[in-house]
Design a protein around this ligand. Structure first.
Ligand SMILES: [Zn+2]
Length: 218
């Protein structure tokens, strides 16, 4: 497949309040490990890399929910976390469903009706990749076309650039030469595809990307 596990780059922070446990989270996409202040440098070398690998493995194994209702809830949470702060008070009404009929696209958005479809192929990929597709389609509820503003909205999801890399790698690996090209639907409404767009993204999207806590004994 694609995009094996990312090379683990992370930041270690020491906390005087932390006594026996480590924690790890993503902050604006960056992995931050917090360890007890009294942990020795040797202990840090012995314990932190495995801790980070465990977190990444767990993160990579997580999947989007299969039920449409849960997918919809997830989309609402993603909108609230990443897009609402930039929506200037606009609250789009949208509905999100899985689609088993998308061969070459990861998602589509029809702005007039607020209809978002997500390809079932994303069910086998890490949830953080699927979240990117959701954020992408949700951003179309605020900005119809792939404008500069659109990409700035998408980049508010901290893992946007990584997810794009993952999907592009997947397209090339699975479809061969010429695959993953932009395909715009010419039928009805606005339908978008973006698997191979070259638009530059700001990797330092704002917003918090914490994916939860992982505590282990030290
Ligand atoms: Zn798009």
């Amino acid at each position: 497949m694609v995009a094996a596990m990312e090379t683990a780059s992370y930041e270690v922070r020491r906390s005087a309040r932390r006594r026996r446990t480590m924690s790890i989270s993503r902050q604006a996409g960056r992995l931050v490990v917090t360890v007890p202040a009294r942990m020795s440098a040797t202990q840090e070398r012995q314990l932190v890399p495995g801790f980070v690998r465990g977190f990444l493995a767990k993160e990579a194994a997580r999947r989007l929910p299969v039920a449409d209702t849960e997918l919809q809830e997830r989309a609402k949470r993603l909108f609230a976390a990443h897009l609402r702060p930039a929506a200037e008070g606009f609250e789009p009404v949208f509905s999100v469903r899985w689609s088993g009929r998308m061969e070459r696209r990861w998602g589509s958005a029809t702005t007039a009706s607020g209809t978002i479809r997500i390809s079932e192929r994303l069910r086998t990929m890490p949830a953080w990749v699927g979240d990117y597709v959701l954020v992408h389609e949700l951003a179309h509820m605020l900005e119809t076309n792939h404008t500069k503003r659109f990409w700035a909205l998408v980049a508010r999801y901290p893992l946007a650039e990584r997810a794009r890399g993952y999907l592009e790698g997947f397209s090339h690996a699975s479809d061969g030469e010429g695959a993953g090209r932009r395909i715009e639907s010419l039928l009805g409404g606005l339908s978008t595809d973006w698997t191979a767009e070259g638009a530059a993204l700001d990797p330092n999207g704002r917003g918090s990307g914490s994916t939860g806590r992982w505590a282990g004994g030290v």
